[in-house]
Design a protein around this ligand. Sequence first.
Ligand SMILES: Cc1cc2nc3c(=O)[nH]c(=O)nc-3n(C[C@H](O)[C@H](O)[C@H](O)COP(=O)(O)OP(=O)(O)OC[C@H]3O[C@@H](n4cnc5c(N)ncnc54)[C@H](O)[C@@H]3O)c2cc1C
Length: 363
Amino acid sequence: MKRLVLLGGGHAHVYVLDALARQPLADTEVVLVSPSPRQIYSGMLPGWIAGHYPLDACAIALPPLAARAGATLRQTRATALDLAAREVLCADGARIGFDWLSIDTGPVTARHRIAGADAHALAVRPIESFVEGIERLFADIIHDPALTVAIVGGGAAGVELSFALRQRCPDARLSLIGSAALPLDGLPRRLQHRANTLLTERRITWHGGRRAQSVDATGVVLDNGSRVAARHVLQVTGAAAPRWPAAAGLACDDGGFIRVDASLRSTSHPVVFAAGDIACYSDPRPKSGVFAVRAGPPLAANLRAAIGGETLTPWRPQRRALYLISTGDRHALAAWGPLAWWGDWVWRWKDRIDWRFIARFSA
Ligand SMILES: Cc1cc2nc3c(=O)[nH]c(=O)nc-3n(C[C@H](O)[C@H](O)[C@H](O)COP(=O)(O)OP(=O)(O)OC[C@H]3O[C@@H](n4cnc5c(N)ncnc54)[C@H](O)[C@@H]3O)c2cc1C
């Protein structure tokens, strides 16, 4: 009997589990390692903050999905890999042996890049601790409706979270800090201007062209020396890689993301596969849930082929991802390449996609 270990219950692995439930692997034990029994779907997280969905509706329950796939769920976190011994070393002290390993553990927040962030900022990842921190923020708001919150990170996630917080906390004093002149850097200019206008209309102060240098108990110090007062600081800066894949000797790019070939197989260790934000594809794509989801079917097919000794099939990710960014008021902004739209119909479109995703993996 061989053993396949699925590390992380991320967007690609929920698809792999679903595929295994439909068609089990012969003579293979499957073990899923996840620190939490649920996978909170980041696409709906701003909707939970805005008050549109209960948290349970934004999460995929992993135990029933694992059970349907015939997989054993080990609720712990990988801290290291021993590739020579083919073992995953876990936070609870367990060493889980594998014949095949697939990694979909997502990114981490680069806390070390902002002095004091470890002690004074709430990082968006891990999402489970972010949710706990947001619940504390909601509790504080009850006592002080006008409290100050600074969100560091002017990309899609930071913008979406700012609008969601405004919806939930109408009197809070909100600031959004981003390194580009306009929010949503990299998306169509028209959309950036629209987001900027909405930030002003919603009384969210935009600090553009600025980097957060340090965080302390009273706020954020920017790279021009100015200070943004804040009782709560949320760090929503881009995706970084954890240290353990490179430390284990897996081939990684300069950022520490696992290099995989077109079949999603590690370029250095043929028994290891990776997908989602933790992976650096042979034809790289932006870190995005869309690409993590799209990697699910080829990952499932290639794990099956590798275990069965068959030829792997290359995957060519689509060139563009659709961005759907909710603005807290059941409206949303959309971008597809150079095209941009917005409106309540965009939010309904996003809402349908999100519910469909969750429903697919819930019994
Ligand atoms: C607020 C917010 C909103 C977003 N909205 C969108 C959106 O609308 N559309 C979009 O395309 N992208 C969106 N993104 C980006 C998206 O979240 C990521 O690109 C996506 O989650 C990556 O998927 P993944 O499968 O790689 O990892 P994840 O979804 O992060 O899943 C990784 C899983 O692995 C687990 N894990 C982590 N470390 C370990 C470990 N050491 N051992 C075992 N398990 C581990 C985690 O608990 C988690 O369950 C958003 C991000 C944020 C923060």
